[in-house]
Design a protein around this ligand. Structure first.
Ligand code: GLU
Length: 313
């Protein structure tokens, strides 16, 4: 599916709305890192969650990326066209006895304990078979059995990381009861199939990485190198996102790119940029991962920190 290269990165937005300053941070950092390594950069549209996907959002994201001077290699990948690959990964996990069906209801799940990352820890209720009082429930999720091993990895910026999956997460879902494949499984299969060697993304996904490494091992994919950059917070201390109504990226690409560059503490240019191309030429040569702020979150700069909510009255 892909030829081996020494660096292949990617940017993988979910098409649920327009890009905002938070998305720009992940896009800029992954693109600059790929180009500085003379590597490839893939654009993947994470549109597996069909009900949340907005038809016009992908066009809007593409147009914004083009206006901002991002250049991707090869064709755009869509998760929605890769369901067969997720099915075969699940079949492989079933074959090795790594997954089981779970008939727990939302009510059951809400009663489960919270782990250190704030998520519910699945205590393994259906691990040895669906409970007798749930046998008639047709909606079944698939969960992967985690073992007692602690997953460790070294993030290029955030340093040594570790997670005890059994204690902090429990057996996690790879296919949901509504038939949709879980983010954790889909992206592991995508990154593996397309030979992604370096993942640069927001530190909000740091807590998901051990689950992804666990699945990579189960599915015999090699482990990419990780760099989790700080996520931008709005004035209320929330991560900028579509859910927190982050303002869409402005038309003035150069100004926003400069603000994102500064947010990442990158070396200032000798003079103002006169064009987007000039910005990217500079960014490729000046990109300095060692200067990135080694924290998981930072306030967004003025002008990008507001939410898009409008209050009337
Ligand atoms: N599609 C995911 C998101 O928008 C990103 C996936 C990833 O970088 O692993 O948050």
């Amino acid at each position: 599916m892909s030829h081996a290269v020494s660096y292949r990165g990617r940017f993988a937005p979910s098409p649920t709305g327009p890009l905002h300053f938070g998305s720009l941070i992940a896009a800029l950092a992954s693109h600059a890192d790929a180009r500085a390594h003379r590597g490839e950069w893939q654009l993947r549209i994470d549109d597996i969650d069909a009900p949340r996907t907005r038809i016009d959002a992908e066009n809007d994201i593409r147009a914004t990326l083009e206006r901002y001077g991002f250049k991707w290699d090869g064709a755009i990948v869509h998760q929605s066209s890769r369901i067969d690959r997720y099915e075969s990964a699940l079949a492989r996990l079933r074959h090795s006895g790594s997954v089981y069906e779970c008939a727990c209801t939302r009510r059951d799940l809400d009663a489960m304990p919270l782990g250190s990352s704030g998520e519910r820890v699945y205590p393994g209720a259906c691990r040895d078979g669906v409970a007798a009082d749930h046998l008639r429930r047709r909606e079944r999720a698939w969960r992967v059995r985690v073992d007692d091993a602690v997953v460790r990895f070294r993030d290029r910026l955030q340093g040594a990381q570790q997670q005890d999956l059994a204690r902090d997460v429990g057996d996690f879902i790879v296919k949901r009861a509504d038939g949709m494949f879980a983010y954790q499984l889909a992206i592991v299969v995508d990154d593996g199939d397309f030979g992604i060697t370096h993942i640069v993304r927001g530190a909000d996904l740091l807590a998901s990485t051990p689950r992804q490494i666990f699945l990579q091992r189960k599915l015999a994919f090699s482990e990419p190198v990780y760099l989790h950059v700080p996520v931008a917070l709005n004035a209320s201390g929330e991560k900028l996102s579509k859910q927190t109504h982050a303002t869409p990226l402005p038309h003035d690409a150069l100004k926003a790119l400069r603000a994102a560059w500064r947010f990442l503490d990158q070396p200032l240019p000798p003079a103002e940029f006169s064009s987007i191309d000039e910005f990217w030429r500079y960014a490729e040569s000046a990109w300095s991962p060692s200067r990135l702020p080694p924290v998981p979150m930072l306030p967004a700069p003025a002008g990008h920190e507001r939410t898009g909510l409008r209050f009337f009255g």
